[in-house]
Design a protein around this ligand. Sequence first.
Ligand SMILES: O=C(O)[C@@H](CO)OP(=O)(O)O
Length: 232
Amino acid sequence: MKRLVLLRHGQSSWNLENRFTGWQDVDLSDQGREEAYAAGQLLAQHDFRFDWVYTSVQKRAIRTTWITLDALDQMWAPITNDWRLNERHYGALTGLDKAETAQKYGSEQVHVWRRSYATPPPPMSGDDPRHPRFDPRYAGLRPEWLPATESLKDTLERVMPYWKSKIIPRLHDNNTLLISAHGNSLRALIKHLNAISDEAITSLEIPTGEPLIYELEDDLTVVQSYYLREGV
Ligand SMILES: O=C(O)[C@@H](CO)OP(=O)(O)O
């Protein structure tokens, strides 16, 4: 039996402020740090030992990874960071207040931008200093890979090649992996793992800091998936 643990980062400062975040590199709030530590303690109670850990190149997920591994006393676990596990890029909505944006454009339109499978938000201008082409962490990537906005479908289309080429082979060779990432990169992965339809994925929400366990056969067929904490 193999186990894959998916963990959405703890509450970030912009989750707390209710702002569209996407590729903006905001840190955890105090509550987010506590959630990450509690996730590690819960995993420790259930004797999880990670052979490999995957996370994004965004500090809210990286710090969640560090704090969770610290609580587990497994800071020695190998960690791979990759941009393909980043949050979905929120385009021109990045930084805006979610409630104010709903007042301006209507809550239906904002729901489409937030949760529809294939409709991306309006793109961020290529001149915007926050565009990923100005960010040194993406300097080694092909310019056409860098998004100015993304739908969940676009996010899935960059997560899947990474899942297939890097994480699946590692899962074949090891028993227990942690993927510490973001609401929408994890929704993309869950859509694939649980074969969720384009319609049904619109209502899937993932809580912050709650380990989601996948038990897998040796051939990686999903046996069951569940949140480790009772009642989540
Ligand atoms: O702002 C974001 O990047 C995401 C996750 O916090 O928000 P949403 O719930 O709209 O996907």
